[in-house]
Design a protein around this ligand. Structure first.
Ligand code: ACO
Length: 323
């Protein structure tokens, strides 16, 4: 067991909110369809900020809340599928902006599993010679949305959230985890494709940078694979489903969350949701949920918490923490 402490959590949501009603003015959709299928009522959409702006705000808040200085950080991981650019990485931009001169920084691409994969990498780093770091999920998915496509445009939102983690002598930390990738199913969720237009390229197949997903397939994948991965994480942690205080699942779809709660025979209030306000924020969603629950006092030290991400790749990650 790694002795690792989540010292602080923080979030940054863009101020501008877009309701389902507003979307119905720009595409053929309605609140009833969106809410009944997804549980989403509204989402936050940036007006001026990019992914690194949201992540930098989270990083500054994490330092403020934990009373740490930027130069005490050893690393910064930003999990994102919507970086400002491929180079510099969003994490490097954050590192420069906050002056974390001793920290190395890199982006991690695991779509909606990004927060869980990021925490896993942080745990490994903290078992070596590093002592403190940030894991931030930050997304401006509105850059990747085709605003003419009602099948995807209604699903996603922008936002960022993260945690400051460090080594501790307390008997807490990551109890068990399972990370899985199903690359043979990757075509079911595409975004950010580039066409190679080099002068030597043959026929260029048409690609566009926008989201394309086989929603049904992703839905079936999530309800089939996520329970299996979560069960394996619980077994590794030697924790029963009843012993988990809260299950913080990626917020893609309220029906997926309800179905998983049912599979484990758990009350739905142990599976909190916030997609109604935020939509699907990919790598940011679990951190947003965590921060909300910490601020409200529902999640606190001494509890057992599960983090479960799933999405593009396709990827799944489940972790059981004693916090
Ligand atoms: N408004 C109104 N009608 C719509 C909309 C809309 N926004 N979008 C689609 N429709 C229509 C379709 O055109 C279709 O009409 P038709 O029957 O006349 O052809 C009908 O509604 C049903 O469409 P489906 O796609 O079959 O709807 P479904 O019930 O599967 O719901 C949804 C779609 C909500 C996307 C669901 O499949 C889902 O939630 N999938 C999981 C997505 C997910 O979890 N993604 C997570 C990963 S995201 C990541 O990793 C970044």
């Amino acid at each position: 067991m790694e002795h690792l402490k989540i010292v602080a959590s923080a979030q940054q949501l863009p101020e501008h909110q877009v309701t389902n009603q507003e979307l119905s003015h720009i595409m053929d959709t309605n609140d009833d369809w969106i809410f009944s299928r997804t549980g989403i009522h509204q989402r936050h959409i940036v007006t001026t900020e990019n992914t690194s702006d949201l992540a930098t705000s989270v990083a500054k808040q994490l330092l403020d809340k934990s009373g740490m200085t930027a130069d005490s950080l050893d690393f910064i991981i930003v999990s994102t599928m919507s970086p400002d650019s491929l180079s510099p990485s969003t994490a490097a931009i954050v590192q420069g902006a906050i002056g974390a001169t001793s920290a190395f920084a890199f982006d991690l691409s695991a779509a909606c599993s990004g927060f869980v994969y990021g925490l896993s990498v942080a745990t490994s780093l903290l078992s070596t010679r590093y002592r403190r770091g940030l894991v931030i999920g930050s997304e401006v998915l509105s850059k990747l949305v085709d605003w003419q496509d009602r099948t995807t445009a209604v699903l996603f939102g922008d936002g960022a959230a993260g945690v400051l983690v460090e080594t501790t002598t307390e008997n807490i930390g990551l109890l068990g985890e399972q990370l899985r990738t199903y690359g043979n199913k990757g075509d079911n969720l595409l975004a950010g494709q580039f066409a190679n237009k080099n002068p030597f390229a043959g026929e260029i197949s048409p690609v566009d940078p926008y989201f394309h997903q086989n929603g049904r397939e992703v839905y079936n994948f999530a309800t089939r694979e996520v329970p299996e991965v979560l069960q394996a994480a619980l077994e590794e942690a030697e924790v029963s489903a009843d012993d988990v205080d809260y299950y913080l699942l990626h917020q893609a779809n309220a029906r997926i969350v309800t179905s998983i709660a049912k599979r484990f025979g758990q009350p739905t209030d142990k599976f909190p949701t916030n997609m109604a306000q935020n939509g699907n924020t990919s790598a940011a969603s679990i951190g947003l949920l965590l921060n909300e629950l910490v601020v409200s006092g529902k999640v606190h030290a001494g509890q057992t918490i599960a983090f479960v991400g799933f999405g593009g790749g396709l990827t799944v990650g489940a972790q059981i923490w004693k916090i």
